[in-house]
Structure formats: C-alpha cells, structure tokens
Write a protein of this length. Structure first.
Length: 634
C-alpha cells in the first residue's frame, strides 16, 4: 500500500509517486530554544555542564527559558515523582535534573540530593533490593520463555523433521536461506585462499572484504562492516545535560580517510552553532548526503549492521549515502561529564530526554562533520518515538528544520495488543514506588549486560532471541537463522529504569497507549472523527501535535506488528489530524512483524530500496546539486 500527499497534507489515495512540498527553510527564530531550562545543580554546589566557548574550553551552559506548554500536573503526578525523594530522605522536589516542557505523558522524574555517605548507603540498599527482585522477575520470564519455546517446538515446523517431514516447510524464505548459507561457505573458502596466497581474488568487487573467516559473533559494528568491505569510525558527542553519546560513521575505506582520534572527541554541549569541520572543504566532490539511523528500545545502532550486505546501514552506504549511526545515552558504556555511573542522577531520564536532548546533539554533530544544513533521518521503533516526541510543537519543533525527511520504520506512536501481556501488565499495575523497588533507580536490570559479557555468544544469542520473542511476540520466520545469534549481540544495552517505567509502568505509555496523547484525548478524537462525516456536526478540535516546522514523513508499517500499532498513526494522518505533516510515502507490509523491517531476508526489497528513493526525492535542491546520485534511485 502506497500513499502520497499534496503539500497541504491531503491524502491523494493509492500512488507510487512521492510529492515534494515547499521547503520551509532554515533560520526561523520564533521557536528557538523555547522548550526547556537547564539549570543543573550537582548537590548543593552548582556544577554546570560544559559549554563550548572557544574549542576545548569548558564553562557554564546558557539557560533556556521555560514555557509551560502543557497541562498542569496534578498532585498524583507530583507524588509519583517525589516518592523516591522521600525514600531517600528529600522533603521537597530538588533541581538536580533538567526541567523539560511539562506534558501529561511525561510526569516529573525523581530527583536526588547531593552525594553523601547517607545517600550512598541508601542507594546501595535500593540496588541490593532491586537486584534480588529484578532477578526474580527476569528468572520468571526466562522460565516462561523456555516453557513457551518447548511447547512451540512440539508443533512448530522445526519438529516436523522428527516425523520425517521437511523442517523448512512453512518458512517462506527457506530456499533463500539455503542459498545464502552456500554463498557464505564459498566466501569463507575464498577468504582462506586469499589469506594463504596473500593476494586479492575478489575480482570486480567494488568493496572487497577486509575481514573474513568464521564469524566469531562479536558485539562489534566495525568488524561486521569490514566483512562487507566497509569500515566504521567512532565519534563522541556531548548532550546539553552532559551525557556522552557514541556516534558511528560507516564509510568506504577506498573513498574516505578516517579522522584522527582527537577530532572525534566530544566538542561541548552547544548544538547547531553554524560551524563546519574545516576538513569538509578538502574532501572530493561529488559529496554524499548524510543519513542518521536511530535504533529501537534496548538496542544499539548495531541492529542496523547485523545482516551482512542486507543491513540497512551497509546497503545505504554502498548505494552512495553518508551513513551515521546514533546511539542514545548510556548504551553499551554509560558516560557523563560529571556524574558517575553509581549516581542515581545519571539515570533520572526517559524517552523525553532522548528525543529533546540526545537527538539534537547527534544531528548537530553529523551536520558539523558533513557541512550540510539538513540530513535524512531513518529510525526504528523507539527511535521513531523519540523523534515524534522531539518534533512536537510543545517540545523541540525547530529540530524539524534540520531534517529533510523522517523515515519511520515500525513507527511507535500507539501501543499494540501486546501491551496487555501478563508480564507487561504486571509492570503497569504496580505503583511507582514498587516499580523502583523491583527495578531500581539506576539502570534497568544491569545483570543482563553482565550475562552478555560472560556467556558464550551463541548461547547468549539463542537465549536473547527466545526471551525477547516470548516478551514481544517476534519470530524468525523471515530472518536468516544463521545470523540470528549475531543480531542479538547488540541487545540489550544500558537503559534507565525510568525509561522502562515510562514505556511499561503506571501512568505513562502503557496506560495511555500513545506517546503524545492521553487515553481520554484519543477516545475523544475517535468520537469526533466518527461524527465528522456528518456535515452538520460541529468542527473538530485542533489537537495537532505538530506545527509548520515538521519535516516530511515516510512510514514503513509492519502489518502483523503486535507491539506497536503503526496503522493507527497512519489513520491519524489520513483523517487530517496533522495538517502540517506531509506524508510523502507510506507502506503497510502485511506479513511483517516488528523487527522484520530490519532483519527480514527481503527487507532490502521491501524497505531499503524505498528508503533510498525517498531520501533522494526529498533531498534539498542545494544538496542534490553537490551530491552524487545514489545507485538505484530514479
């Protein structure tokens, strides 16, 4: 199913064309930095996070004027925010974290006092209690996952082999899977021969592999890039609240020389300064248009690199785009300019901070390194959610001026039926105090990362698949099973317990089933939409989330996705609820599940090629004039 829209946002019906509306342009000053204030105090002594004065200098950051753009929070919201303060001995809400624009879907986060012996002991007690309780929860889930797997094995196609039947029967891509396995064996032999003879026998391959042999299954994006003839350099990016993010740059070593390590360090907290890396002017033309990819919940951006040449990151890079992979705060290695990993203030954040602080920092750094005014943004699952939140007119709408198109894969705006699964419902019904007792006030079940480091990668990969499959209803029917263990090396990562509480806990997404609207508001909109067909009915309320700065959007929706409901968001756009959104492309892939948009064996055909085309057709004219035409675009 393809849809296109005119510049005013009206649905034109089935189409394969992509229309382009007028470029809103950059430089609007009306909405600059209006959304939050960042007066960050570490304890009683102000330790303002670093700001770039002259390059490399550190000083106090500028504050942002706070506007109350959302409804007032009720007493229950304040109680849920301060319950941990009371547990730790704080009588009043403190100012240890950034205050973002208030919103009913984002109740205040818990705040903590200055570092002290008493506070450290209390935090240690909470960590010990949550360690035991979270392990009990995780153990219960793992046992349930094993039982679920065993039961399914009795009736699954894989069990048919015991009864003399074809074990591949029922898997649509079983023939393709066998073909790929054969090709990998041939590639292994070619690599072994090449190593013995010390000559390149790759023939006309434009990107001969730089690594080969048997896959050791490692959590290393650069290694898998080298297996397909590419490579990766790592940048560090500082957010406005002091977190240090990891940004990966995928490149072709035959066309690009990586920067020295000193030029890849974080540059300070300021974003969109208008500066450009001086090295940009020295690079050859035509240039490559930058594309930033953002990952989903409990994943790193390595999820875009786990499928050999069919990985979205590698496919876009070889097509002729400049590919960057963004990782949210903490990720594989928690880093902050002033806070330690054991400090609860380092974990007092959720998806709002990811969208309003992490995403601008990453986009700003990519634009600095590439010299463009805009970039293409492609996100999966939670990556789409943080972008939808950041672009909202009561959050950080001016970010849309830096994005030429927002490609949303499995858009996570509305919840799917899996939100009512028993183990997930348990997390929703318990109050915030009990949630924090179970899962702590730091990282969410950090024991999972310890297991990741200690367990054999094949065992960990299999265990990860079965647990996540049980929790979220995924299956590998469309994946290359030989790569499945590799796919799960990039999950889980460190994420705050508050983020998981926002997704699954009481009073947030799991209750309202939407990232930007309360359940009452959603139901009211549905009633208004039903009455709207009657010409005599009163006009609908203006409940649009986005203003004129929102970039064009393109959607790839998994039709069999039970985790999120992308089709409900598509219907919102079709019904005119977002008059400023230009939907340039929409596709519902009926048989796809949540992760198939990344890992299905036909994902390049169903998703990748269309993302490549949309990025080109929405590219600003001034960028298109200096960029090479990507391979395969029309």
């Amino acid at each position: 199913m393809f849809l296109s829209s005119d510049p005013d946002g009206e649905t034109l019906g089935p189409s394969v064309s992509i229309s382009r509306g007028p470029d809103p342009g950059l430089g609007s000053q009306d909405n600059k930095a209006h959304y939050f204030s960042t007066a960050i105090e570490v304890g009683t002594i102000e330790q303002q996070h670093h700001e770039l004065g002259s390059r490399g200098d550190r000083s106090s950051p500028k504050g942002f004027e706070l506007q109350d753009l959302g409804p007032k929070l009720n007493s229950d919201d304040k109680n849920s925010a301060t319950v941990t303060d009371r547990l730790l001995g704080d009588d009043e809400m403190s100012t240890t974290i950034s205050t973002l624009a208030s919103h009913p879907l984002f109740p205040p986060l818990p705040t903590y006092g200055p570092p002290s012996l008493v506070l450290s002991l209390k935090c240690l007690l909470i960590r010990c209690v949550s360690f035991v309780l979270s392990l009990l929860f995780l153990g219960t889930v793992m046992v349930a996952a094993v039982v679920h797997t065993v039961v399914n094995a009795v009736i699954s196609p894989s069990h048919r082999s015991r009864r003399g039947q074809d074990p591949g029967e029922g898997r649509k891509f079983s023939a393709e899977e066998r073909s790929r396995r054969t090709e990998r064996i041939k590639a292994l032999r070619r690599w072994s021969s090449r190593q013995e003879k010390e000559v390149n026998e790759e023939g006309l391959d434009e990107c001969p592999p730089l690594e080969g042999g048997k896959d050791p299954i490692v959590c290393d994006v650069a290694y898998y890039a080298r297996r397909v003839g590419l490579d990766v350099e790592t940048f560090k990016v500082q957010t406005e609240d002091g977190f240090i993010l990891t940004l990966w740059h995928v490149y072709n070593p035959q066309e690009y020389t990586p920067l020295p390590a000193k030029d890849r360090r974080h540059r300070g907290p300021e974003v969109f300064t208008g500066e450009t890396n001086p090295e940009v002017s020295k690079r050859s033309t035509p240039r490559k248009y930058p594309v930033l990819l953002m990952h989903g919940l409990l994943q790193s951006a390595g999820a875009f690199c786990a499928n050999d040449d069919d990985s979205l990151a590698f496919f876009l890079c070889k097509s002729g785009y400049d590919v960057w992979l963004g990782n949210n705060r903490c990720g594989m290695t928690p880093e902050h300019t002033t806070l330690l990993e054991t400090d609860p203030r380092m974990w007092s954040w959720n998806i709002q901070q990811m969208g309003v602080l992490d995403l601008p920092a990453l986009i700003s750094r990519v634009l600095y390194e590439t010299g463009f005014e805009k970039l293409g943004l492609a996100c999966h699952s939670q990556g789409t959610a943080e972008t939808f939140i950041a672009l909202a007119k009561d959050q950080r709408p001016e970010l849309g001026e830096r994005i030429s198109v927002f490609c949303a894969l499995a858009p996570a705006v509305y919840a799917g039926p899996l939100i009512n699964k028993v183990c997930l419902r348990f997390m929703r019904i318990i109050p915030p105090l009990i949630f924090r007792a179970f899962f702590g006030i730091h990282s969410f079940i950090p024991f999972m990362m310890t297991v990741h480091r200690r367990l054999h990668p094949r065992i960990y990969g299999a265990l990860g698949y079965y647990v996540f499959s049980f929790l979220f209803g995924w299956n590998d029917a469309r994946w290359d099973r030989a790569l499945r263990d590799r796919m799960f090396q990039f999950a889980p990562v460190y994420v705050s317990a508050e983020t998981m509480r926002w997704w699954l806990g009481h009073g947030c997404f799991a209750n309202h089933k939407c990232i930007l609207a309360t359940e009452e508001s959603t139901l009211t909109e549905m009633e208004e939409d039903l009455r709207h067909s009657n010409e005599s009915s009163p006009p609908r309320r203006d409940t649009a989330w986005y203003g004129p700065q929102v970039p064009p959007m393109a959607l790839w929706i998994a039709g069999s996705d039970n985790l999120v409901d992308g089709q409900q968001f598509l219907q919102r756009l079709q019904k005119g609820r977002e008059p400023h959104v230009r939907l340039v492309h929409a596709k519902v892939i009926e048989e796809y599940e949540h992760l198939d948009v990344l890992w299905a064996m036909d994902a390049v055909d169903q998703v990748g090629q269309e993302v490549r085309q949309v990025l080109w057709q929405t590219m600003p004219e001034e960028a298109r004039a200096v960029c090479r035409v990507p391979r395969g675009v029309e």
